[in-house]
Design a binder for this molecule. Structure first.
Ligand code: SF4
Length: 821
């Protein structure tokens, strides 16, 4: 049974395989908190329950079309189940689940019983092992002790030592530390990072408003934030060598991405617990609320897991911002915090409808991390971005926000978007370097060269890193392989980092020699062009000085002067479109440019490029002369025009892409005036995309679909917001155009103005009433409305008004008909 449309499937399953533990940690939420259900459960999960659990998980994956699920063997202490039982459990789960989807099988242990035999089993059965360790011995001994009071530290250290051995490294999942603010944060961080964990996570001790953890729940005291702040600063100074989930989640959510942990962010929970007796339960942490809190009354023998997906307790953790209390919904850090862990919100009387008991701490640590994300200073020694700190990366003064909200945005406002995008791209480059470039010599050399150039010639690095398709490439590198090939684009090659560095070296005229990848027969230099070198894997590029470089490969040797008018026929430079002192690149060579909604053209012939030049000149003159409120912003932010393919002559095709800030894609329309409209329209998307990267305007967990008057299909909230903002530009274009032309052109323009203002105003109303906007989003939409409202009173001929009204009524009728079907 598939879950219904608005109920989300589970992707992570915590399978309790043993309900007792060999340690007696006093901060344990299983044995030391309100819920005591463990006492009535079988000690070890039965083979029948394991088989049924596998069957249910497989059924759930199949019914919901999941490509993969994660199962975490847990307890109590799961190793108490013993090696033979664990082997049977792993095999049973793989047998059941793998015919349906990928199975990421893990075990989380206190480590004291982990030995080489168990590691061999986990290696053979592909089970990754996470270990609980609270830091150095002093920190670990605060809680992680045996019932007789003895320390478990030595045994855990031996377990971690085993996992660090080259043979077992691949099954080492990471370390989980529960915070005790009495311990020294710097010592804890360095003790843990010395174990070189693939992942490190810090857990706030579980508690509620009724039973708060020590020093939590007091607005005047933020000892957890202060403790984590020290760890964050140590981590940053340590080049963020080890991924720390809590900090990476804050950074990712600040940059518009998803949280990596259930304890932060607005992502819907997708975790389900299966107990040793087959009971289906909600997240374990809810045990701290009250006895029986995680219970659902369901079990795997009688119920498919999809029934649990509709359980009100589980639904409550899937509603994004709408599921939070009013205080959280208004909070400036809500998209990173998400009200904290669900369990931590509990208070008798109001249930879970409260901010987190860690509210003051969460607000402070999120603010601390955000304040340190500054343009050009991602905090990495030797990486691109060592220029002096400037304003915080997501800082946007009210005046600039209001200017953008009005639908415009001058050079000043765009400079803030440029700065934020610059930081975002550098952060993405760092993530590519850290997460996916291991073992790729080209990428490693590219990273080193970029770091060197960034100190010597930062402007050249900036110019290349600002290229729209550098971000598109980086995002594709960081996506799962299956998603990377969407849109027919080639899979991302991390070695392209070398090409980015090479382009920066060429721009800087800095002597350098580097091997670059060859893609489809070309060596690429983003922003500069591509060189046809033939069907080989790599070529060596040597920059000899300003304005010249050499490429050597098995297929030949080229000496290129990229700026020269007498070109080597193998060198295909990126051409520039000029209008007065305005210059944009006509991008038809970058291998990662195919990320807009429509396919791109191949390299344009000289005549086609000349047609673009003629139209751009005409379009830009019109924008400058007729649309002075848009021209400065476009001049400051538009760097690339991307030719899109058009197999239907006369059809208007244009598209911006969120991951390609600064680029507008279009099929060359018939006239310069048409191109001006496409540029104004699409640049609205460019601006808003960057703004959404910076600020939280709406609930990113919102899943409802909304009526967009210009579309036949319903739109998600962000689609409606994007379309509405873009259509302010379109409305304004026709509003002014009707005075620039005469005769039937003027009548057509008047009708289009009447039509677009009606649709845009209606969409603004839908947005305002959606209930899914943050306070900033509400301010933004009010700004849009303030621009459009007076346009509704501008006179147009009665025939134009009537035609627009009729058109709108027909659209609405079509929509209602479709909705009823
Ligand atoms: S910081 Fe506090 S108010 Fe803000 S979202 Fe988190 S729990 Fe809610």
């Amino acid at each position: 049974m598939a879950v219904s449309e608005d109920v989300l499937p589970f992707r992570q399953f915590v399978l309790k395989v043993h309900s007792r533990c060999d340690l007696a940690c006093d901060h344990c939420y299983v044995y030391e908190r309100a819920d005591q259900s463990w006492a009535g459960r079988p000690m070890v999960i039965s083979p029948k329950a394991v088989d049924k659990a596998g069957e249910r998980i497989a059924e759930h994956a199949r019914d919901n079309g999941l490509s993969g699920v994660r199962v975490i063997l847990h307890g109590g202490e799961p190793l108490l189940a013993g090696l033979p039982r664990l082997a049977e459990i792993a095999r049973s789960l793989r047998r059941a689940v793998e015919p349906c989807c990928e199975l990421d099988l893990r075990i989380h242990t206190n480590g004291v019983r982990l030995n080489a035999e168990l590691c061999e089993l986990f290696l053979a059965e592909r089970v990754k092992v996470g270990v609980s360790l609270d830091g150095d011995q002093a920190a670990n001994d605060l809680h992680r002790r045996y019932a007789h009071g003895g320390s478990s530290y030595e045994q855990v250290l031996r377990a971690v030592g085993l996992l660090r051995q080259p043979r077992y490294r691949e099954i080492y999942a990471g370390l989980l530390a529960t915070i005790d603010v009495r311990s020294d944060p710097a010592s804890v961080y360095h003790a843990l990072s010395a174990h070189d964990p693939p992942n490190l996570d810090f857990l706030l001790p579980h508690g509620t408003w009724d039973c708060p953890p020590p020093d939590a729940g007091r607005p005047d005291l933020t000892r957890y934030a202060d403790w984590l702040g020290v760890v964050f600063d140590e981590w940053t100074a340590d080049s963020r060598r080890v991924p720390v989930r809590i900090f990476e989640s804050i950074i990712e959510t600040t940059l518009g991405g998803a949280s990596l942990t259930e304890s932060l962010g607005l992502e819907p929970s997708d975790v389900l617990v299966i107990e040793t007796d087959g009971s289906i339960e909600q997240a374990d942490s809810i045990k701290v609320a009250y006895d029986g809190a995680p219970a659902t009354g369901l079990d795997i023998f009688q119920h498919p897991l999809s029934v649990a997906a509709a359980h009100p307790g589980i639904r409550a953790r899937q509603r994004g911002i709408a599921g939070l209390t009013a205080v959280c919904r208004q909070c400036p850090v809500v998209t990173s915090c998400g009200g904290g862990l669900y369990a931590h919100r509990f208070r008798a009387g109001s249930g879970f409808d409260n901010p987190s008991v860690y509210c003051a701490d969460l607000k402070k640590i999120i603010t601390h991390v955000r304040a340190r994300l500054r343009p050009g200073t991602p905090g990495q020694a030797g990486e691109p971005g060592q220029s002096p700190p400037q304003r915080p990366w997501n800082d946007l003064p009210d005046a600039q926000l209001d200017d953008l909200a009005a639908g415009y945005g001058g050079a000043d406002a765009i400079s803030y978007l440029n700065a934020a995008e610059r930081t975002l791209r550098r952060t993405l480059l760092r993530l590519v370097h850290k997460r996916v470039s291991h073992g790729n010599d080209l990428a490693t050399a590219g990273w080193d060269l970029l770091g060197r150039l960034d100190r010597a010639a930062p402007a050249a690095v900036d110019e290349v890193v600002a290229h729209p398709y550098v971000r598109a490439w980086a995002e594709r590198c960081l996506r799962p392989a299956s998603a990377a090939t969407a849109n027919g684009a080639p899979p991302a090659d991390v070695g392209h980092l070398a090409s980015i560095a090479a382009a920066a070296a060429v721009r800087a005229g800095a002597p350098a020699e580097i091997e670059v990848p060859v893609i489809d027969g070309y060596a690429h230099l983003p922003t500069l062009g591509r060189l046809r070198v033939g069907d080989i894997a790599t070529a060596t590029l040597a920059v000899e000085g300003a304005g010249t470089f050499e490429v050597r490969a098995a297929s030949g040797k080229w000496h290129v002067r990229p700026g020269s008018t007498e070109q080597d026929p193998d060198w295909e430079p990126v051409r520039e479109l000029r209008a007065g002192d305005r210059v944009v690149r006509l991008e038809d060579t970058d291998p990662y440019r195919n990320c807009h909604q429509w396919p791109v053209t191949p390299r344009l012939a000289a005549g086609e490029a000349a047609a673009w030049q003629a139209q751009f000149e005409e379009a830009w003159q019109l924008i400058e002369r007729g649309y002075p409120r848009y021209a400065p912003g476009i001049a400051a932010g538009l760097s690339v025009l991307l030719p899109l393919a058009n197999d239907e002559p006369g059809r208007e095709i244009s598209a911006a892409a969120r991951e390609a800030f600064g680029a507008v894609g279009a099929a060359l329309p018939p006239t310069g005036a048409d191109l001006a409209l496409l540029i104004i329209h699409e640049f609205q998307h460019v601006k808003l995309g960057a703004l959404i990267d910076m600020l939280d305007l709406y609930d990113r967990g919102e899943r409802r679909l909304f009526y967009a008057p210009w579309r036949e299909d319903p739109r998600p909230l962000v689609g409606l917001l994007q379309g509405t903002y873009a259509h302010i530009g379109v409305t304004d274009y026709w509003r002014l155009r009707r005075h620039q032309v005469a005769g039937s052109d003027a009548s057509d323009a008047a009708e289009l103005f009447a039509r677009w203002r009606m649709m845009t105003a209606e969409a603004i109303g839908t947005l305002a009433e959606s209930g899914a906007l943050t306070p900033l989003g509400t301010q933004f939409v009010q700004g849009m409305r303030a621009t459009v409202q007076p346009w509704l009173d501008e006179p147009v001929p009665a025939s134009a008004e009537e035609a627009a009204r009729r058109w709108g009524a027909e659209r609405r009728e079509t929509w209602e008909r479709r909705r009823r079907r």
